[in-house]
Design a protein around this ligand. Structure first.
Ligand code: ZN
Length: 171
């Protein structure tokens, strides 16, 4: 799914894409020529890429759920102390105020940290450890979905997706 500005925003099944298309919320930008789906009285080429007509309201209204993956997306996949990229598979949470001092597990107290920074900081506050956050952690209003590995271009994805994912994230 693309935003009205042609930025990839999500990856959905074809049934969901068809529902959005039939209800008039998206237009079909690319389809699979050789694959056809039918309703009782109509036939459609299976959509490969769809685009919202207007802003993606439904994405910005919902509260962003707190999860490891979403914290990683908010923090641009980088350690918030040294700015080194941290692969999603190897992320470690850092509690800015340590749990032992009553620090909560939530958007405003958890950041992505690389292993060395996490170990160096240990059970201390950033001030005590002499480490500084790139920015204060807050609940994001929305997330840059195109950074998600699911919607980043890979060779095993359908060919019609390539120009849209490639344009946003050159490989
Ligand atoms: Zn680090």
């Amino acid at each position: 799914m693309l935003s009205a500005a042609f930025e990839p925003v999500d990856r959905v099944g074809w049934q969901r894409a068809m529902t959005l298309f039939v209800s008039g919320r998206v237009e079909v930008v690319e389809s699979y020529a050789e694959r056809v789906v039918r309703t009782i009285d109509r036939a459609f080429q299976l959509p490969a890429v769809v685009r919202f007509h207007t802003g993606t309201r439904h994405q910005t209204r919902r509260l962003v759920r707190f999860s490891r993956e979403n914290v990683w997306l908010r923090d641009s996949g980088c350690c918030q102390y040294c700015a080194e990229p941290v692969p999603l598979a190897r992320i470690t949470y850092d509690h800015v105020v340590p749990r032992s001092r009553g620090g909560r597990t939530g958007w405003d107290n958890v950041v992505i940290a690389c292993r060395p920074c996490n170990q160096r900081k240990a059970d201390r506050t950033p001030e005590e450890a002499g480490m500084w956050l790139s920015r204060a952690p807050v609940r994001p209003r929305n997330l840059p979905r195109w950074r998600h590995p699911d919607i980043r271009w890979r060779e095993d994805m359908p060919a019609p997706w390539a120009p849209y994912l490639g344009a946003a994230f050159p490989t």
